[in-house]
Design a protein around this ligand. Structure first.
Ligand SMILES: NC(=O)C1=CN([C@@H]2O[C@H](COP(=O)(O)OP(=O)(O)OC[C@H]3O[C@@H](n4cnc5c(N)ncnc54)[C@H](OP(=O)(O)O)[C@@H]3O)[C@@H](O)[C@H]2O)C=CC1
Ligand SMILES: CCCCCC/C=C/C(=O)O
Length: 495
């Protein structure tokens, strides 16, 4: 599917200014203000987008409220909603390359990953929930024969979605696809540094026949548009992926407004644990490296802590560093690049700050540790492996969200579990072992929403993704995600 010549044609195509999509229309901000969209590929202005005001956020919410309350979407038969969603998925797939290149110019993800993880994955997710929604049934409870007790599943109402910049379409679709399939309406605020493709998707939704007001996208600052959505009395469910700092604010907004449900996915510091009986050490090296360095480490489930049993530690690190040095981070629109740009200058500075702190503590910068390709003006960083990290170092406890891997040796299974569980996070993890009993013990012992065994990543739409501890609550993906967007209603009928 990836054609370098076509990508090169698209890479310099002019990008028209982006507006909000509210009530089925493209709209400027109420005060006409715009934000410059800076491309992380060269630090230059790519285009502008509407800088949403509180009025714009409220207009998006009001449109979603009207569209929900008058039943133009929720009262459609599930099969009718399904037809529109299927058409939407097809349109996204038809334009996948154009959308992917626009997204790469906006957020810096390498094109190989972007095409799969963004438009293709969004289309797949929309289709998954479209197909599911006419197969979900209510219940008839077991009661005394004088009563008929029914449990209905109803859409909750207006869903506010606030999504991040690392995979705007993939993560966005994990929220809006089940929400819309279930009959809710949506107002979505994309991240300031990755809004363009989500606006494009909203345009395609209208083209697919989605009624106006059902899916609204309001761009701008989180502190303005995001806060207005969080505080709205007309938003019934809030779904979010991003930092714990903003996740806490959303809980506060909910408490200060209408106690809206709030589902948070807040990232992690996921342990990737390699025992000496790893079935294939070379495979583990490669998969572990990809588990942290794809998308420049800007992945919530990134295996950012590598715990290696001491007796194979030196050999593993040697092979890992050698493999990492063969990676080819750089121009994300070159299909040969293995990683692209870091999303923003502030993320790059944050990443480099972690490296400096580790260096000051005397940890070993085994490879990487620097900004690269500075002459391009882009925000590129070498994949970085840091050894001798102490489990209490900030590098071992805090999310970097960049291409920085902390390596920690361990001696026993118990110690590995203690280190693995020794952070406030609990999103993902992996165990590499040939011992089936140990694999099952570790699955039980690790505090995380996902435990991989002898692999890292790759879990598809069929399984839930969610965190424990301060990695959040609720689950994206799978049929379980629908529960967030459905309300149970009991009908108790005396016969
Ligand atoms: N997938 C994941 O797990 C992600 C984790 N993170 C973590 O967060 C760190 C910081 O990244 P950052 O982009 O600043 O993440 P944030 O949590 O700040 O941003 C996530 C989303 O929240 C919005 N937002 C910001 N302020 C508010 C507010 N007051 N009310 C409502 N919404 C708001 C943002 O909008 P805007 O862009 O306009 O600020 C964005 O859409 C990363 O280094 C990483 O550790 C970040 C992104 C994704
Ligand atoms: C194809 C990349 C897999 C990403 C898995 C989930 C990432 C979630 C996130 O970053 O929030």
């Amino acid at each position: 599917m990836l054609d370098q010549i076509r990508i090169d044609e698209l890479r310099n195509a002019p990008v028209s200014p982006f507006q909000h999509i509210i009530d089925g229309e493209k709209r400027d901000s109420s005060d006409g203000d715009v934000l410059n969209v800076i491309s992380p590929l060269n630090g230059e202005v790519l285009t502008t987008m509407a800088r949403g005001t509180v009025e714009d956020a409220n207009a998006g919410i009001a449109a979603a409220r009207r569209a929900f309350d008058d039943g133009r979407w929720s009262d459609l038969a599930p099969s009718a909603r399904k037809k529109i969603l299927m058409k939407w998925a097809a349109l996204i797939e038809e334009q996948a390359l154009e959308i992917a290149v626009l997204g790469v110019r906006n957020n810096g993800t390498e094109i190989n990953m972007a095409i799969k993880a963004e438009p293709m994955s969004a289309a797949n997710t929309i289709r998954y929930y479209a197909e599911a929604i006419d197969k979900i049934y209510g219940e008839v409870a077991s009661t005394d024969p004088s009563v008929l007790a029914l449990v209905h599943r109803e859409p909750v109402g207006v869903v506010g979605a606030i999504v991040p910049w690392n995979f705007p379409l993939m993560i966005g679709s994990w929220k809006f696809a089940p929400a819309l399939a279930a009959g809710n309406t949506v107002v979505l605020k994309p991240a300031e540094t990755a809004s363009l493709t989500l606006v494009r998707l909203a345009e395609l939704a209208l083209e697919a026949g989605m009624p106006p007001g059902v899916f609204n996208v309001v761009t701008g600052k989180g502190s303005v548009v995001g806060e207005a959505i969080g505080l709205s009395m007309d938003v019934d469910v809030m779904v979010f992926t991003g930092s714990g700092f903003i996740g806490r604010k959303l809980l506060e907004y909910s408490a200060r407004s209408n106690l809206k449900r709030c589902y948070l996915e807040l990232g992690g510091k996921s342990p990737n644990i390699v025992f000496a009986d790893v079935p294939d050490l070379d495979e583990a090296v490669k998969v572990s490296a990809n588990g942290i360095f794809r998308n420049s480490g800007q992945v919530c489930i990134a295996g950012s802590r590598l715990l290696v049993e001491r007796c194979i530690h030196d050999e593993f690190v040697e092979k890992l560093a050698a493999f990492v040095e063969t990676l080819n981070p750089g121009d994300p629109l070159n299909i040969k690049s293995t990683a692209g740009a870091v999303n923003s200058m502030s993320q790059l500075q944050q990443n480099l700050g972690f490296v400096e702190e580790a260096r000051d503590l005397g940890r070993g910068i085994r490879t990487g540790g620097t900004r690269i390709l500075e002459e391009t003006g882009g925000y590129f960083m070498a994949p970085t492996v840091i050894t001798g990290v102490h489990p209490r170092d900030r590098l071992a406890t805090d999310e970097v969200f960049g291409p920085v891997l902390a390596v920690i040796p361990f001696d026993t299974e118990e110690e590995a579990v203690e280190i693995a569980n020794g952070t406030d996070f609990g999103l993902s993890s992996a165990v590499w072992t040939s011992n089936l009993s140990r694999a099952h013990r570790m699955i039980r012992a690790i505090q995380a929403g996902v435990v991989h065994v002898n692999t890292y990543g790759g879990a598809d739409t069929t399984v839930p993704l969610g965190g424990v501890k301060q990695s959040g609550n609720g689950h994206d993906k799978s049929l379980h995600a629908l529960d967030k967007y459905l309300e149970l209603k009991t009908a108790w009928i005396k016969l």
